[in-house]
Write a protein that binds this ligand. Structure first.
Ligand SMILES: Cc1ncc(COP(=O)(O)O)c(C=O)c1O
Length: 388
């Protein structure tokens, strides 16, 4: 498949490989110094006080929900335009899940819809305990408005910034938790930086930080100050709550530290390519991604929407033809509430019309650090050919 252009791809340098090998040759391959270093580097970059690295963003979302106290009888709201992990985390905790339809320009959760739904939920007595705004494609949600609604209605905010490290909002970096309780990052290979699998929790609250540390590792503490009663000695630990093995390894963390050195380079290349797509696609029968003036995206994804009323083909036809031409297009996302599992929970197609319409029209074009202009031109030419 040498001609195949994927939609996303990691970029691994010799320095990354050397950093991993160094850990493999050291005394620690898990729970060693590379994890703390990785946490420090990301916390400093994002501007948050505390960071806890874990095995995936899915694990991070689960821990984040538990740390807010989410449980049976509670409700979590998120965007339906996301990967299933953003809502599954609520179900893991025994909570109910509901969705807020998207803004048809940003494809993020619509804050207008949120406002209306909160007013309705207050009257019904079913306000959410947790809201997870997802920074879709790397573009931040309107967090200042979200935060003021959180103050008014008392829900906790967990930013799902799986797509958004390297992006900014109102001039400061995504991940600083200025308008949220917790931010979650993903380091899956198609994301801005990778650790293979991996995720991180960011917060400015020490109590949450201590919870994350415990929940990451079986609910256990080795800190005598946090124990019930006296420590029995230096071997002693206590399990204080039910936690998990959600640890990341030092091998992965070393890769993360090394990748962080090139994060700005990765993001600026993505921005350049996104801008180039904007120019090359501007006259085609499609909508290019709109950017809210408060945001600077990290450009995890470049999503176009076909103007289906002006072309004779369906989205599916265009998609399959591009795949046949070895252009690795993708579709982000199948609205979560339309998944069979969520339908069994009682959700119905038609409930969130904006995201369902978006799903009929959207295609993610290839976008990654190593995408050459030549290959980008091939994507554009192939798409152009199919839209006339
Ligand atoms: C928005 C969003 N949230 C959560 C996740 C889960 O991330 P991970 O694969 O690191 O568990 C993903 C993964 O693609 C995602 O896109």
């Amino acid at each position: 498949m040498s001609n195949y252009i994927p939609y996303g791809r990691q970029d691994i340098s010799q320095a990354d490989i050397d950093a991993v090998v160094k850990v493999l040759e050291s005394d620690w391959i898990t729970q060693g110094p590379a994890i703390e270093k990785f946490e420090q580097v990301v916390a400093n970059y994002c501007g948050a006080k505390y960071a806890v690295a874990v095995s995936s963003a899915t694990a991070a979302l689960h821990i984040a929900c538990l740390a807010t106290g989410l449980g049976q009888g509670d409700t979590l709201w998120t965007s339906p335009n996301t990967f299933v992990a953003s809502s599954n985390c609520g179900l893991y905790c025994g909570a109910k899940v509901d969705f807020v339809d998207i803004n048809i320009h940003t494809y993020n959760l619509s804050v207008d819809e949120l406002e209306g739904k909160l007013a309705w939920a207050e009257k019904q007595g079913c306000l959410p305990k947790v809201l997870i705004p997802v920074h879709f494609a790397g573009q931040s949600c309107e967090m200042e408005r979200v935060a003021s609604l959180s103050d008014r209605y008392g829900f906790k905010v967990i930013e799902d910034a799986s797509h958004a490290i390297g992006g900014s909002y109102q001039g400061t970096r995504v991940g600083n938790c200025k308008f949220s309780d917790i931010t979650v990052l993903s380091f899956h290979p198609v994301k801005m930086i990778t650790t293979g699998e991996g995720g991180m929790l960011l917060t400015n609250e020490e109590e949450l930080y201590q919870k994350f540390i415990r929940l990451r590792s079986h609910g256990i503490t080795r800190n005598p100050d946090l124990m019930q009663g006296e420590s029995h000695g230096s071997w002693y630990y206590q399990q204080l709550e039910l936690g998990f093995n959600y640890r990341i390894t030092d091998i992965q963390a070393a890769l993360g530290v090394s990748q962080m050195e090139r994060l700005d380079q990765f993001v600026s290349r993505r921005r350049f390519l996104a801008q180039r797509y904007n120019e090359l696609l501007q006259d085609l029968l499609l909508t290019i991604p709109w950017q809210h003036p408060d945001t600077e995206s990290s450009w995890h994804l470049y999503v176009i929407r076909l103007e289906l009323d002006k072309i004779t083909k369906t989205n599916r036809q265009v998609f399959e033809e591009l795949r046949q031409a070895e252009i690795g297009v993708n579709l982000h996302y199948i609205p979560v509430h339309t998944q069979p599992y969520y339908q069994q929970l009682g959700f119905q197609c038609g409930e969130f019309p904006h995201v369902e319409k978006y799903y009929q029209e959207a295609i993610s074009l290839p976008l990654y650090y190593g995408l050459t202009q030549e290959n980008q031109d091939r994507v554009v030419a192939s798409l152009t050919q199919r839209l006339i």
